[in-house]
Design a protein around this ligand. Sequence first.
Ligand code: HEC
Length: 142
Amino acid sequence: MRKPVLLVVAPIAALMLGAALFGSRGEEREPWKSVVPQPDIAVKGRPSYVQDIKPIFDQSCIRCHGPVDAHNGLRLDSYEGVMAGTLNGPIVYPGEPSLSNLLTLIKHESSPQIWMPYHQEELSPNRIRNIENWVKDGARDN
Ligand code: HEC
């Protein structure tokens, strides 16, 4: 009589253990991956601020860098705000992507604590490419 009970209990126990192990490990590694995935966009050689760049900031940044919250004094809800940068200075140097903190943080080349968007899913590769191309092209208000 003991065998059938074991046959029922053992798989359930195994499932629960598995869920506990894999569930918690997945969350620890990438807590932001549960956020809604972004469909990717086309890469443009000379992106427009209004058409290509502002929508990315609106979607992924302005809830922390806009009228409600402006972490480090940074506002990304207007061209002027983007160019004014943080309390410490500019984040965009036109024509100089490697000097521009904006790119360092979204490309995850900074220390992990300040990767942007902060504790969220990273921007898609094509969004990063477009922001980089926009900076290379002079970070124009176009
Ligand atoms: C959930 C909130 C949140 C979101 C979303 C967010 N940020 Fe931030 N951001 C922060 C916080 C908090 C800091 C301050 C980090 C620190 O200095 O420790 C910061 C700082 C920054 C800085 C300045 C770092 C410095 O040099 O002082 C830049 C640039 C930046 N964010 C860009 C972005 C961009 C671009 C996006 C969107 C792709 C974005 N952030 C989305 C919270 C956020």
